[in-house]
Write a protein that binds this ligand. Structure first.
Ligand SMILES: Nc1ncnc2c1ncn2[C@@H]1O[C@H](COP(=O)(O)OP(=O)(O)OP(=O)(O)O)[C@@H](O)[C@H]1O
Ligand SMILES: [Mg+2]
Length: 405
């Protein structure tokens, strides 16, 4: 597997924080500290007294500043001059003051926030700053598939998207990992005729144990070259997992692959928000019925509320049939209902999907140039090389937002 290219050490995003405020320190630790892919370096004390900060492999610096103290302003100015604003510095102050804001702008501080700072805002600001300055690590593109209703085709579309990304004709073949987060009813491994190898019992008590070596053991390898992370099903067990475990797993996967495709369950778990925040391309898979479209619309609204100005959730209507003569839903009805949230349709081709599932092979192997793959290619590939608005460290930081977001 390929480690992500990064300006920082060992594929990590390094966040350095200078603070003399224990409350802020605690909040920063809760926000960034849970992630295995983020190295948090806290320097206790104020910027005026901590001496010269080593920012060599740091992705972003957060300075908790008492702007009323001139020695702190001077120390910050000196640091900015010395570093040339690389890595970017995000300043957090106690209150808003126009004069202070002007001084910070002149110093070329990347951004500033006023306490109390909600974790999600801090993550977004750091991600923006890192992206603008180019210090972010090269991160996986993360495609996430949510069901509007059960049986809509999430697993089918997630698998086929993963295979498409793997074989999209790039000169260097990308690495792709399909992650089945439907722990209760997961079917990815089954559909691909693989042995699921993710042992949740082993990592759940101590998520920090999940390192690259353990990850390697938990991958199932498909003949196509696709790597799959899936756990054996526990249909009789309805339990939630420690969000840290899921966070850590996704952090690790996103640091090690070019593309990550996630099969999401219908239930909204405590870790769902983190997955969303880390996704570049969230999709909702709907079937072609009025209740399902309605449900998809509600999901778009819920996701948008959580993602703010992040990536836009898009609805795919699966098993689409052009109905010319009967009174059922037409494409124009769907377009009208979903407006700009509508990504497109995938045709109904039950025989093809059934055969692919039964044989555990990609659709293209059953029938090359089939209508599902062709349409999926149109929906998934045009922008696939283009990072979404919050790509980059937000995927790492996003997964790591823990429950606090
Ligand atoms: N485009 C399609 N054309 C025809 N049949 C399809 C299509 N997509 C999925 N199916 C079929 O629909 C059924 C459900 O698909 P799939 O398991 O992918 O859905 P899901 O949303 O993951 O379901 P679950 O809620 O059980 O996780 C399967 O039998 C599959 O063969
Ligand atoms: Mg499924």
């Amino acid at each position: 597997m390929r480690m992500a290219k990064t300006s920082s050490t060992a594929g990590k995003t390094v966040v350095a924080v200078v603070t003399a405020d224990p409350v802020f320190e605690q909040s920063v630790r809760a926000t960034f500290g849970v992630s295995g892919a983020i190295e948090l370096r806290v320097v206790e004390g104020d910027i005026g007294s901590v001496g010269q900060l080593n920012t060599e492999d740091v992705t972003v610096v957060i300075v908790d500043l008492d702007a009323s103290r001139s020695e702190e302003m001077t120390a910050l100015e000196r640091m900015m001059l010395r570093s040339g604003a690389v890595p970017p510095v995000v300043v957090v102050t106690q209150s808003f003051d126009v004069e202070v804001a002007r001084s910070l702008l002149q110093m070329r501080v990347a951004d500033f926030l006023v306490k109390p700072v909600p974790p999600v805002e801090l993550v977004r600001t750091c991600a923006r700053a890192a992206r603008a300055s180019g210090t972010e690590a090269t991160e996986a593109q993360i495609y996430t598939f949510f069901p509007a209703v059960g049986g809509a085709g999430v697993t089918t579309l997630a698998i086929q998207t993963a295979l498409l990304l793997l074989n999209n004709g790039q000169r260097v073949r990308p690495t792709v990992c399909l992650v089945d987060l439907d722990f209760q009813h997961g079917a990815c491994a089954d559909y691909l005729d693989l042995e699921p190898r993710l042992d949740l019992k082993e990592i759940e008590p101590r998520p920090e144990r999940l390192d690259r070596q353990l990850l390697e053991i938990m991958l199932s390898h498909h003949a196509s070259g696709l790597e799959v992370i899936a756990a054996p099903n526990r249909p009789a067990e309805m339990r939630t997992f420690d969000p840290d475990m899921v966070t850590r797993l996704l952090d690790l996967v996103s640091s090690n692959f070019d593309y990550v495709v996630i099969d999401m369950p219908r239930t909204w778990f405590s870790w769902t928000d983190n997955v969303l925040l880390g996704s570049n391309r969230p999709f909702i898979v709907s079937e072609m019925t009025v209740p399902s479209i309605r449900q998809a619309k509600a999901l778009v609204a819920a996701i948008r509320e959580r993602l703010g100005d992040g990536p836009k959730p898009q609805v795919i209507v699966n098993r689409f049939e052009q109905r010319m003569f009967d009174s059922g839903l037409k494409k124009s009805d769907i377009e009208q209902a979903l407006g700009g949230d509508f990504a497109g349709t995938i045709p109904n081709n039950y025989q093809l999907v059934r055969e692919a599932i039964d044989r555990g092979v990609p659709l293209d192997e059953v029938k090359s140039g089939n209508n599902i793959t062709a349409q999926l290619r149109k929906l998934m590939l045009p922008q696939s090389a283009k990072p979404a608005a919050t790509a980059g460290i937000i995927s790492k930081l996003g997964f790591s937002l823990a429950k606090s977001a």
